[in-house]
Design a protein around this ligand. Structure first.
Ligand SMILES: Cc1cc2nc3c(=O)[nH]c(=O)nc-3n(C[C@H](O)[C@H](O)[C@H](O)COP(=O)(O)OP(=O)(O)OC[C@H]3O[C@@H](n4cnc5c(N)ncnc54)[C@H](O)[C@@H]3O)c2cc1C
Length: 486
């Protein structure tokens, strides 16, 4: 069904231009990452409705200005903040509804997972949004969306029924498997490279988990990392079923337990399995393999098959991702358990600052993907989250170099023995490290579709352009080879 074109308003557009008093707040006030970019849009349109979006796109086209977009403001590198652009901020558009007959939720892109799920839960339904409840569904879904239980439920973008999109021409269209299928294909995976404004998502929902339990162990990383990470990979390929989401994290002892002094930076492993089942009995069965985690008997924290809930998990995610200045990088890895352990060991055992953390998700057994532009995944996902709280620049640079070195070491393994096949847009900062984000075929197809819809690249696209994208990281001009620690 084609989208109904809205009547366009004639009142002044709510644009805050550079130089006006509220400009700085409009530029970055809704950006999660406190590491503020030095990029300055010409103005920020705080769109109230679809008509404002269309008028904003038309205005930008007439004046030859690029368009940048913001939904939830949670892209780590603040992709919405682009120089000389018109930033269309969708934060004031708040449509959210659920149709019990079709079981489809309709939501504006700035709606967050934490807003969507309380509504759905009243109907016994669920949508796997970002792990953190404050992530906007807009940017999250466009880049694929590694939502709750992605290992078993798949990428959240797989659950988009259709989208309404304002094209560079200013036309409003609906895209789905049936209508404008090329646009729909491109929207599910291209993330900040997408060349239209999604103003509405229609989402397939699923039954709400009736029961959630978790198993969590916390233990020193140095002594336990290799055994745990090797076991985890084997368990996920074997008896640990898809109803359990498994994450292995490294936090510092200082951050976890508030310790100061010589042990403050000691890396601690947090191994956590969270189940999504219909009953406690089923949860006990699903989580039983977690109890075989090496080192569990001597873990400093042991929580074995403990009830939890979505609100509790959301609260924990908020605590894990506190406000701060973040620097991010990630990799999809391929290799056998020992190779993966080798690639990640320093990341997990030598954190550079008290607040920083490192993450490993296992996605095995890897689910086949439907036909969409999101095409790059592997069983092993690793990401580093460098967090600084002060303005000590040399200290920040030291921490960033630490992450650069960890990723460069993974890049240096080019033969599949724990090396990378690319990165996930969601946890990337393309200004610092670009690389493969889609399969080569998908990238070629995406570029063709984008050139047809947006030949003048009116939409701001990937930070630092295309030239460094979809080539292996080590082929890039700014590539810094791995520096072994002293
Ligand atoms: C604390 C935290 C936790 C996170 N957890 C997860 C997680 O569990 N799983 C995961 O996959 N990711 C996660 N992320 C990453 C997050 O999903 C991405 O950064 C995503 O881009 C955020 O979406 P947003 O709408 O909030 O961001 P924004 O910064 O508003 O948008 C990012 C970019 O996406 C594009 N875009 C956004 N909306 C539209 C639109 N309506 N139309 C066209 N283009 C648009 C634009 O290029 C925009 O600049 C997390 C991020 C944070 C900060």
């Amino acid at each position: 069904m084609p989208a109904t074109q809205p009547e366009l308003g004639t009142d002044p557009l709510p644009i805050i231009w550079k130089g006006e008093e509220e400009y700085e707040e409009a530029r970055v006030g809704r950006v999660f990452n406190l590491r503020r970019p030095k990029r300055y849009p010409v103005g920020v349109l705080e769109a109230r409705n679809v008509s404002d979006v269309i008028r904003g796109v038309n205005l930008a086209r007439e004046r030859g200005i690029q368009v940048a977009l913001r939904s939830g403001g949670h892209s780590w590198a603040a992709w919405s903040v682009r120089p000389q652009s018109l930033l269309i901020d969708l934060g004031k558009m708040r449509e959210l509804s659920y149709d019990p007959v079709t079981k489809i939720a309709t939501a504006s892109p700035a709606i967050t997972g934490g807003e969507l799920n309380p509504l759905l839960s009243r109907y016994g339904r669920f949508f796997a949004g970002g792990h953190c409840p404050t992530v906007g569904i807009g940017g999250f879904l466009l880049q694929g969306g590694q939502g709750w239980w992605a290992r078993g439920l798949g990428w959240s973008a797989e659950n988009i029924e259709s989208i309404d999109v304002v094209l560079p021409s200013g036309e409003l269209v609906t895209a789905s498997e049936k209508d404008n299928a090329d646009l729909f294909w491109a929207a599910r995976g291209s993330g900040p490279g997408f060349f239209g404004v999604v103003v509405r998502f229609r989402l397939h929902t699923r039954p709400r988990p009736l029961d959630m339990h978790h198993v969590t162990y916390i233990m020193p990383a140095k002594e336990n990392f290799r055994a745990v990470i090797t076991w985890l990979q084997e368990a996920c390929r074997g008896e640990l079923g898809p109803k359990v989401e498994v994450v292995c994290l490294a936090f510092t002892r200082g951050r976890l337990f508030g310790e100061t002094g010589p042990n403050e930076l000691e890396s601690m492993l947090v191994i956590r399995g969270t189940s999504n089942t219909d009953s406690e009995e089923e949860a006990r069965e699903a989580l039983a393999p977690m109890l075989k985690c090496p080192g569990a008997a001597n873990a400093e924290v042991r929580a074995e098959i403990v009830p939890t809930s979505m609100p509790e998990e959301y609260a924990r995610q908020l605590a894990d991702n506190p406000p701060g200045q973040y620097f991010l990088g990630n990799s999809w890895l391929v290799g056998e358990p020992a190779d993966i352990a080798d690639s990640l060991e320093l990341g997990f055992t030598t954190l550079p600052s008290r607040e920083s953390f490192f993450l490993y998700y296992n996605m095995a057994p890897l689910r086949p993907l439907p036909d969409m532009s999101f095409t790059l995944q592997s069983e092993h996902y690793a990401a580093g989250y460098i967090i600084s709280t002060g303005d000590d620049v040399p200290e920040q640079e030291r921490c960033e170099q630490w992450l650069t070195d960890r990723l460069a070491y993974i890049d240096s393994k080019k033969d599949g023995s724990g090396g990378t096949i690319g990165m996930y847009l969601g946890d990337s900062d393309l200004a610092h490290r670009a690389g493969k984000i889609m399969s080569d075929e998908a990238w070629a197809k995406f570029c063709k579709i984008r050139d047809a819809y947006d030949p003048n690249h009116m939409f701001a696209g990937y930070l630092h352009g295309d030239s460094l994208l979809n080539v292996e990281a080590w082929n890039q001009p700014n590539y810094k080879p791995y520096k072994a620690p002293a």
